[in-house]
Ligand binder design. Structure first.
Ligand code: SIN
Ligand code: CO
Length: 375
């Protein structure tokens, strides 16, 4: 683990989780100042032109909200006024290694909950309006100054015809001006309103919180591919019905009994979560390696340099199963400790691996899920 408690201003992760996480806001002055090269407007404008990065431009013109979604043409950014707009790019951690490194400083939260690092840039007056989010977020100020107002209000009355969710009646309870390195943690549903005072960026470390309905739907999709029931509907004792159009009680009972054979247990839910939580977002693709090595050449290189997970890859495990990028990996019990280390540290030390592990590592290397670490 990295010295993750640094990002909490000296507070231990245990104390943060006990007193603040999912409960109440926390302002941390000087949380993270060493962020490497700033991802400023020019970098974001480049990323916002790519189709493998989700981007948005939000403007407030004469009191009216405007939303445009990327990918953008470069010319779009030449027409922007001096004030009152925000450009936001999701998942910057996938594109820039020093941003990925910031995300993993939050490894005191399980990886199954970490989502991405979004970056916004705003000139003075830039804002996305007062709103709340359904998930926990850390808002890190990078360069410039932003005024954040927050409120524990519980209404969800949003402006009706706006293209983004903006609260109609925002009642300020606390206000902070964030400067470079300051960070504000907000639990889900905490209303917030950030307005740039000086041009600068907000790095949002966001967490995933799947809605119950989505979990249920995705679980049913998962089950659909795996349910296997024997038999066929049968009614050897069928009696003539007075109403031939009626679905009889006998039919309902027989189908109920049949459906009650659909069952699941903790292993099923673990397997579902392993697939679901590691499934890459739809615009994420992996690049096959440039070097076309055979398995023996691969084995030599791994023994020399070890491996690092691709920035877009996620390995999670539960019980004795290991999942990567929406797939269950062939991991034997003998190799499980190594897979756990790879998942937790996102890198694997140089070593000569056994035949089973080597075969799975070679497949993942060819798929672009991981790469050789730099020696
Ligand atoms: C911003 O970066 O200005 C908005 C982030 C948020 O409110 O979640
Ligand atoms: Co928000």
């Amino acid at each position: 683990m990295t010295a993750s408690n640094n990002v909490l201003g000296g507070m231990s992760p245990e104390e943060f989780l006990r007193d603040y996480w999912h409960k109440k806001p926390l302002l941390i002055r000087g949380a993270i100042a060493d962020v490497g090269p700033h991802v400023d407007f020019s970098v974001l404008a480049q990323l916002a032109q790519r189709d493998d990065a989700e981007s948005r431009l939000i403007e407030n013109r004469n009191g009216k909200w405007h939303l445009e979604r990327g990918p953008f043409r470069a010319s779009r950014f030449r027409k922007l006024p001096d004030t009152d707009w925000t450009i936001l790019v999701q998942g910057v951690n996938h594109h820039l290694s020093h941003i990925d490194e910031i995300l993993w400083r939050f490894n005191f939260i399980p990886y199954s909950r970490l989502d991405d690092l979004m970056i916004s840039y705003a000139p003075p007056g830039g804002t996305v309006g007062p709103h709340f989010d359904a998930y926990d977020v850390f808002l890190l100020q990078v360069g410039g100054k932003k005024r954040w107002q927050i409120s524990a209000q519980h209404d969800d009355d949003f402006i009706e015809d706006a293209p983004i969710r903006v609260l109609k009646d925002f009642r300020v309870e606390q206000e902070f001006v964030l400067e470079h390195g300051d960070m504000l943690y907000l639990p889900p549903k905490c209303a917030h309103y950030g307005v740039a005072l000086e041009p600068g960026m907000t790095y949002s470390i966001g967490f995933r919180a799947p809605p119950a309905q989505e979990l249920a739907t995705q679980f049913l999709v998962y089950l659909q591919d795996r349910v296997c029931l024997d038999g066929v509907y049968a009614d050897p004792d069928l009696k003539r019905q007075a109403d031939p159009a009626r679905i009889s009680d006998e039919m309902i009972d027989q189908v109920s009994a049949l459906l009650s054979k659909i069952s699941w247990n903790k292993d099923t839910v673990c397997d579902f979560l392993g697939h679901y939580l590691t499934e890459p977002k739809s615009h994420v693709f992996y690049d096959a390696p440039e070097e076309d090595l055979d398995e023996d050449e691969f084995a030599e290189r791994v023994a020399d340099s070890g491996l690092v997970l691709d920035r877009k890859s996620q390995i999670l495990f539960c019980d004795a199963c290991v999942y990567c990028n929406g797939e269950k990996l062939a991991a034997t019990p003998d190799d499980f400790a190594l897979w756990q280390a790879f998942a937790n540290q996102r890198k694997l030390k140089p070593s000569s691996f056994g035949a089973d592990m080597l075969a799975t590592l070679y497949d993942g290397y060819q798929a672009g899920y991981w790469h050789f670490a730099e020696v």
